[in-house]
Design a binder for this molecule. Structure first.
Ligand SMILES: NC(=O)c1ccc[n+]([C@@H]2O[C@H](COP(=O)([O-])OP(=O)(O)OC[C@H]3O[C@@H](n4cnc5c(N)ncnc54)[C@H](OP(=O)(O)O)[C@@H]3O)[C@@H](O)[C@H]2O)c1
Length: 254
């Protein structure tokens, strides 16, 4: 069985996507027991036990817990898959000598097997397993922060867009149920259409708009309100955050 150190949001999404019994631990919240109740498997009394019993282990804890957790376990011969944004392959190797370490950046849609998992080059041994969760993209390690900005955090941005559009529809008089259903299905359908058209966003936009009519006016309003600048700024802030020493939450400014 696959092991999960930590049963938080991302570990749970991956475990659900894989859809099989797990070994799991947590730091006392009871989330490991909830995960095991859902998928089957066993809560392990310690991380050392979890490493003993599993061949493949996902690290679902926060980056600042790496040293403390690795200290008490023997990972020799195991595959250790990290989902910690800023933690490098070299740091993982130093923490888990003798293991095959894999640096990944997944996103939460792995839960429904439509996720993206970026894998730092060298992590190829995990690609077959991770492909069960959606699309796997192998990248040079130096681009892993960009994977965090493009895939890891993106479900939150898309949720904000959905919220804004649904709120606007309700504000203008549409009932919430219809607003949700129309927007979410449009979002999913447009994603499929864009994939079919090989990401040609202009083609999809032009097929919707008639010159001078409602679509182009709506798009112009989005541009007036700096939708592109908002995305540029979001990338800038995420990448700036990732390039600084991780302190468990606070941004280090010096
Ligand atoms: N959330 C995302 O969308 C996302 C996307 C990509 C990458 N990530 C990365 O995934 C990692 C986890 O993020 P998250 O959002 O899932 O965080 P989270 O919900 O806070 O989960 C962290 C988990 O680690 C457990 N934990 C802490 N110390 C432990 C220990 N000593 N032994 C065993 N388990 C321990 C916690 O236990 P308790 O439940 O007892 O507190 C919790 O279950 C982070 O590195 C994050 O950067 C997250």
């Amino acid at each position: 069985m696959i092991g999960f150190v930590g049963a938080g949001n991302m570990a749970t999404a991956i475990a659900r996507g894989l859809g099989e019994p797990v070994y799991a631990t947590d730091a006392g919240s009871g989330r490991a027991a909830a995960l095991v109740a859902e998928l089957g498997g066993e809560v392990m009394p310690t991380n050392a036990d979890l490493f003993k019993r599993s061949e493949t282990i996902f690290l679902g804890h926060r980056p600042d817990q790496l040293a403390e957790i690795a200290k008490g376990v023997d990972a020799t011969g195991k595959m250790v898959i990290s989902m910690m944004g800023p933690t490098t392959v070299a740091e993982l190797q130093a923490a888990y000598p003798g293991a095959t370490v894999v640096r990944t950046m997944p996103n939460t849609p792995v839960e429904v097997r439509r996720g993206v998992v970026a894998v730092a080059a060298g992590g190829e041994p995990a690609v077959e397993l991770l492909s069960r969760l959606g699309t796997v993209v192998v990248l040079p390690e130096r681009q892993m922060d960009l994977a965090t900005a493009t895939a890891g955090v993106m479900p939150a941005y898309i949720a904000v867009l959905a919220e804004a559009a649904i709120d606007a529809a309700v504000c203008h008089g549409l009932d919430l149920k219809s607003a949700k259903s129309m927007f979410l299905e449009t979002m999913a359908g447009t994603a499929e259409l864009l994939i079919k058209r090989d990401g040609d966003t202009l083609a999809v936009r032009r097929e919707v708009g008639t010159p001078g009519e409602s679509t182009v006016r709506g798009v112009a309003a989005l541009e007036r309100n700096n939708v592109r600048t908002a995305f540029m700024d979001a990338y800038h802030d995420v990448l700036t955050r990732l390039s600084r020493p991780y302190t468990g939450g606070a941004i280090v400014t010096d």
